[in-house]
Design a protein around this ligand. Structure first.
Ligand SMILES: O=C(O)CCC(=O)C(=O)O
Ligand SMILES: [Fe+2]
Length: 529
């Protein structure tokens, strides 16, 4: 335990359950520690104000809402323009800018303490005690193995709360182990990756009235700036088109591959992020080992707020083209629907059969048929048109019902008047009816087979049409992709061309000017000599 001044009231009561740790203490898994007075006086006295002014603050979005603090991202940009990328679940992340002067100075001190480089920083401004960061584990797909994650704190003291992950609870235990680490002005919280794996961390809101807070908590009017430095091993090329490094599929710059937006790979990465957040035994190789080339988690972005990394002009144009393709796909779909064969139901057969005679057995059969006929009737009130079905030769051989029914009614079935007067002593009409019933059943089976065949052919026809449409859309998409690349090249060419023509124009104007001066000069010489 340390003598760091910690909060009273609300925070003090919460601290009963969890130890308050500080410099010299083993935090988390023992690979995590706090360093005080990390920056020299002259830097730490001015850093807060300078950062407030020089950092390009943004509002970040997650799950459709604003994150409750201002954020900015800075990093080491390579000579060829490539830069580190830290991927984590967020709807929009601010663009990465090169390290600003004050951040560069802080970075030097951090690297000295850490003994390893850091090339990426997420800077966060907790404007009041109401700003916070909810419980999470940092996502390590892009964090260099074996490195540490560092939070430098400037301004008001806030408390870092650590909790073991739920899945590590022993059976029957419901309370997670917690630790609290107050982060005063000019301190540096160094978190090892083992702690990040087994514990989650957060900065809770602190809404107590200002006058009840301790002096370190009141410092800078309760505002806090934190700088989360990381050593990132994954990079994007200058045009954001390719990705390489630890968390990508291609591990070196030479193996850089095109970035992927949305789709199955993005979903897989999001699922791995979820696992890392909740599983104490998360294994990097299992979750991230295959590498991910995902840059954006959804296929298109309509947001203009972050023009550099996440919403370049090209991306916007690409998004517009995609929308056009989607509209075209919709139109093709509608046309297909119009052209599609409309299913027609065959006319019910059974109602055409005359009612049975008084013979008990025969009446039973007839009743059953009448019932099934009436139940069929409700759903088949559209008369069949044979031309509307896509019939094959096999169907033509099937028995045709309309031909069969009159045959049955006229020759085999007893007439209604006969059935009312005849009795069981007249077996001939009854057996004729049984014969007819089995003929009708055969006919029904034949017609069902015919319908099944038809359904199958329609399904095949439909899937073939879909496959054709898919091919058309794929070709269009490929062409648009090619156009996009061509436009990119054209843009670079135009820029070069403009630079060249500017040079030529300057040269021409200078020449004209020199010639004019020479001419005037000559004129005067000739005139006065
Ligand atoms: O503000 C802090 O110190 C914590 C920031 C943090 O946990 C993060 O950026 O992942
Ligand atoms: Fe974090």
């Amino acid at each position: 335990m340390t003598n760091i001044e910690h909060s009273r009231g609300h925070q003090a009561s919460a601290s009963k359950a969890s130890p308050i740790l500080g410099p010299g203490d083993n935090i988390g898994e023992g690979d995590t520690y706090l360093v005080l007075d990390v920056l020299p006086k002259e830097l730490c006295d001015t850093a807060f104000e300078n950062l407030r002014k020089e950092v390009k603050w943004h509002t970040m979005f997650h799950k459709g809402g604003e994150v409750p603090r201002l954020v900015a991202v800075e990093g080491a940009v390579d000579a060829d323009g490539s830069f580190p990328i830290y991927r984590h679940p967020a709807d929009f992340t601010p663009p990465l800018l090169p390290f600003s002067p004050t951040v560069s100075l802080i970075r030097q001190h951090v690297e000295r303490v850490l003994n390893h480089p850091v090339n990426h920083v997420l800077i966060q401004h907790y404007r009041t005690g109401a700003d916070y960061i909810s419980e999470h584990s940092d996502k390590t797909v892009d964090v260099v193995h074996g490195s540490n994650i560092v939070n430098v704190s400037l301004g008001a003291q806030r408390t870092m709360t650590l909790h073991t992950k739920k899945d590590a609870l022993a059976p029957g235990v419901t309370t997670r182990t917690a630790q609290r680490v107050p982060l005063p002005h000019n301190s540096m919280f160094v978190m090892g990756l083992e702690t990040n794996k087994k514990w989650m961390h957060s900065i809770h809101t602190d809404k107590r009235p200002m006058h009840t807070k301790s002096p370190p908590e009141q410092f800078q009017d309760g505002e806090r700036i934190s700088l989360t430095f990381r050593h990132i091993g994954t990079f994007l090329t200058r045009d954001e088109g390719k990705i390489y490094g630890q968390g990508a599929k291609g591990k070196t710059k030479e193996d850089a591959r095109l970035v992927v937006n949305g789709g199955e790979e993005a979903e897989k990465l999001l699922a791995a992020f979820g696992k890392e957040n909740h599983e104490s035994a998360f294994v990097w190789d299992d979750g991230y080992g295959e590498g991910f080339d995902v840059l954006h988690f959804s296929e298109q972005s309509d947001n203009d707020d972050f023009p550099i990394v996440y919403c370049s002009k090209f991306r916007q144009q690409h998004g517009d083209l995609r929308k056009t393709i989607d509209r075209l796909e919709g139109i093709v779909g509608e046309v297909d629907e119009h052209l599609a064969v409309r299913p027609h139901h065959p006319a019910p057969v059974l109602p055409t059969i005359p009612l049975p005679t008084s013979s008990a057995g025969v009446v039973g059969i007839a009743d059953a048929n009448a019932t099934s006929a009436s139940s069929l009737e409700g759903s088949h009130d559209v008369p069949i048109s044979e031309q509307d079905l896509l019939l094959g030769p096999a169907d033509n051989e099937a028995i045709s019902l309309p031909e069969l029914v009159p045959l049955i009614s006229s020759s085999a079935l007893p007439s209604v008047s006969t059935t009312t007067t005849s009795t069981s002593s007249q077996p001939a009409p009854a057996s004729a009816f049984v014969q007819n019933s089995s003929a009708v059943q055969e006919e029904l089976s034949a017609q069902l087979a015919q319908m099944a065949g038809q359904l199958r052919r329609n399904a095949v026809h439909f899937s073939e049409a879909l496959a054709r449409d898919q091919a058309v859309v794929d070709v269009a998409e490929e062409k648009i992709g090619a156009n996009y690349d061509a436009m990119k090249k054209e843009r670079v060419r135009l820029r070069d061309h403009r630079a060249k023509s500017m040079g030529t124009t300057c040269l021409t104007l200078t020449s004209i000017f020199v010639v004019a001066v020479a001419f005037i000069w000559m004129f005067f010489i000739i005139r006065f000599t």
